[in-house]
Structure formats: C-alpha cells, structure tokens
Design a protein around this ligand. Structure first.
Ligand code: SDX
Length: 394
C-alpha cells in the first residue's frame, strides 16, 4: 500500500497484477513462458504445444498433445450464420475492423458458453476462441479480395490450416511448404503471449467485470490494432518501403532523433525491453530462412532493415535511449515474402495473441480473490467552482 494506491488481487490501482504465465526481464532481454525460455519453445515446439503450456501450465506429453489437437480440430469451423455476418462489411474494410466485429459477434453465436460461472463453458470458450481464430482471420482476407471462404482441413497443423485457408481456392489446392509452415508456427509462438502488455491488460480489465470471453478478446483485438502496439508490424513495412534504399536511412534516423518530429522508427523500442527483444533475434533468423527458401534473400526491404538495424545500434541516441529492434521489426518482411498483404499483418498478431489473451483471462477469472479492476487516478482538474446560471454566463 503506497498510501496513494491500495492493492487488490484483480488489479492493483497501478494497473499491475499477479500471474504465473509469462516472465520478462526487460534489462536482460529474457522472455519465459511457464518457466521455459522462448528460444527453446520457438525452436522445438509447434504452436498448439505452446498453447497447451500457456493454458494448462505444463508442456503436454504425446498423448495429451494428440488429445488437445483433436479437441482443437473439432472447433475450427464457425457457425454458418457467422459466415454471412462478413457480408455486412465493405470489401475494403481493414481486416482488423472485420476481426473486431466478428469476434465480438461470437458471443451472439455461442451464447451457450457465455455463462462463465460454469467451468465447462469457460473451457469450451477457450477452445472455441483459439481454434476458430485462424478461420476468422483467413476469412477476413478472403472477404477483402472477393474470394470464397475455404473451410479448415482438420488434418493440417494450426499454421498449415491458416495458410491453406488464406491461399487455397475451390479451383486449385494449395500445398503448404513445410519450411513456411514451420516458420509460421514459430512466428505464432513468438507472438503468443507477452505478460501484461496493452492488449492483454485490456482483456483482463474487460474480463474482471464478468464480461464473456468473446467480448473480452474483441476488446484485446481493438487495443492491439494501435500502431504503437500490434499495428507496428504493418507500420514497419510502410516505413521500410518509404525509406526505399539504404542510402536514405540516415535521413530517417535523423528524423527519429528529432524531438520536434513525431516520426519514430517503427519496430524499435519497447516499454519493457531495454535490451534486445529475444523474439526479434529469432524472428531475424526466421526471416533469413524464409527468404532463402523463397529465393528472395536479396529482397531490398530486408537489406534496408538489416542496414537500418546496424546503423541504429551504433547510434549514440539509440544506445542511450536503449532502443533495440522489437518483435515487429522483421515479422512484416516475412509475411510479405509469404504473400500475406500488409493489411493482414496485425491480424496474424491477433491470431497468435488470442492464446495468450485466453490464458491470461482464464488465470484472472479462476482467481478466487479476483475483483473488478478499478485503476485509480491522480486528479489534476479544477476542484471547487461556483455554479453560474446559463443566462448569466458570458
Ligand atoms: C509491441 O508491451 C508489450 O509487450 C508490447 C509487445 C507485445 O508483445 O505485446 O511487445 C508488442 O507493441 C512492441 C512495440 C511495437 N511498437 C513499435 O515498434 C512502435 C515504435 N516504438 C515506439 O512507439 C515505442 O518504442 C514504444 C511505444 C514501443 C515505447 O514507447 P516509450 O514508452 O516512449 O519508450 P521509452 O520510454 O523506452 O522511450 C525512451 C525514449 C523516449 O524519448 P524521451 O521521452 O526519453 O526523450 O526513446 C524515445 C521516446 O520518445 N523512443 C523512440 C522510439 N521509441 C522510443 N525514438 C525513436 N524511435 C522509436 N521507435
């Protein structure tokens, strides 16, 4: 109790909470999920293995993973009426706007599991959200390009299914390359959870009132959309494209250092990491692997990104401000190489982070001492004014 704020289990008034899911040491550049290093998870697991870990607290054995994959497979389809729900959007709607709307609408289609006082409903809602997100995200893309929706195929992995629903059409099948599927599984793992970031805190605060999990995840998607948060991967691509060539980098680095210029180097800096974001290291390796696999390792944007990182890391402003590349710096280059449009980049972040949001929501809702979140404020307004009737106001 600091005198100004009192502690309550759901949220301290300073907006922090207790959790067992993810540990970050921003100064040391450490990220661990349920005690496991992100490097070990990203390089050795597939996405549903890590989803199981985040939800249940331990890595699954083979039988547990097979059962979990089976459960997920039975929830990948969405209600047929929900497919019609997309028709209400303009074709040129941003896919994040569509995802916000469609995920919020899930509580109207699955109202049987919105009564979260029942543990079974809470579990079914968890599974529905994680399993249906690839379908919902891929359909947002298909709707934007006027192609028919592709139904999930339950013999595909989580990432394969997403890429299949993105790029297959009724006229021709789409075989997902093992390298791209592996890269996508790793990218989804790197985005799965990240402690109490803005969107996760949004989900927890929304959930602390007892709102149903579908509405809470829709709130998380809305928060993630911001360019300072999950929208940064889309902003990085636009920035790299605007820089265009390596020789224009110094001009943009100078703008980023100018206090009077609102321009910031997208994909750099972090609220917590004051050292290298460990996810960015793995993402850079994955970027080089994917571009080599696709034969585009000389992709100009990658050259600009690598040189921009080198220059920024040697620049005394960025060193003094402890600004390093974050998880969003390389992801957009990989997605673009895979043929994923810029407008879908943040949707992929939301797709992956849904598992973290669901795990964090569950942890909060299962806490027997949980109370509604109620962050306090420091009041800085005028306090005691004399009322003046309308006719007498100047
Ligand atoms: C994500 O919270 C999470 O965990 C989020 C996330 C997750 O997984 O959920 O990790 C995902 O959101 C990653 C961040 C993606 N956003 C971007 O890449 C957008 C560009 N970065 C910034 O807008 C910025 O770095 C923030 C928003 C991420 C952090 O901003 P802060 O809190 O202001 O950072 P800071 O306090 O460390 O800044 C120190 C100084 C400040 O200058 P001074 O006020 O000290 O003079 O560095 C400056 C900032 O203005 N600064 C930058 C900069 N980021 C911070 N200057 C130029 N370019 C930048 N990118």
């Amino acid at each position: 109790d600091t005198g100004m704020f009192t502690y309550d289990p759901g949220f301290t008034s300073t907006g922090s909470c207790e959790s067992k899911i993810t540990y970050i040491d921003g100064d040391a550049g450490v990220l661990r999920h349920r005690g496991y290093a992100i490097d070990d998870l990203a390089k050795n697991c597939d996405f549903l293995e890590v989803a199981y870990l985040l939800l249940r607290g331990e890595l699954p054995n083979k039988a547990e993973l097979t059962a979990f994959e089976g459960t997920m497979a039975r929830h990948t389809m969405v209600h047929e009426q929900l497919a019609k729900f997309y028709q209400g959007f303009r074709r040129d709607a941003h896919p994040m706007a569509v995802m916000c709307g469609v995920v919020g609408a899930l509580s109207a289609f699955y109202h049987d599991s919105t009564d979260i006082s029942d543990p079974y409903n809470r579990m079914v809602s968890q599974h529905r959200l994680i399993a249906k997100m690839p379908t919902i995200a891929a359909w947002a893309y298909k709707y934007s390009i006027g192609q028919p929706f592709m139904y999930p195929k339950n013999d595909l992995s989580y990432a394969e299914n997403f890429l299949y629903m993105m790029f297959a059409t009724p006229c021709e099948d789409y075989k997902v390359s093992p390298t791209l599927a592996r890269a996508m599984e790793r990218i989804l793992i790197l985005h799965a959870d990240h402690e109490q970031n803005a969107s996760t805190s949004t989900v927890r605060l929304a959930g602390s009132s007892g709102a149903n999990p579908f509405a809470c995840i829709a709130a998380g998607i809305a928060s993630l959309w911001g360019p300072a948060h999950g929208g940064a991967n889309e902003a990085v691509l636009k920035m790299l494209s605007e820089i265009g060539t390596v020789d224009r980098i110094p001009e943009f680095v100078k703008k980023a250092k100018d206090k009077n210029d609102p321009f910031r180097l997208m994909g750099f800096g972090h609220r917590v990491y004051k050292n290298y974001d460990p996810r960015a290291t793995i993402m850079a390796e994955t970027c080089r692997e994917v571009l080599a696999e696709l034969g585009v390792e000389n992709e100009p944007l990658l050259q600009v990104a690598v040189e921009l990182e080198r220059i920024a890391r040697e620049d005394e402003y960025f060193i003094e401000k402890k600004l390093y590349p974050n998880v969003d710096f390389y992801s957009g280059i990989i997605f673009r190489a895979m043929g994923i449009p810029v407008s879908m980049f943040t949707c992929l972040f939301a797709l992956a982070r849904t598992t973290g949001w669901v795990a964090q929501w569950s942890e909060m809702i299962e806490d027997p001492h949980q109370k509604i979140g109620r962050p306090r404020q420091l009041f800085t307004g005028e306090f005691d004014k004399t009322f003046v009737a309308l006719d007498e106001r100047k």
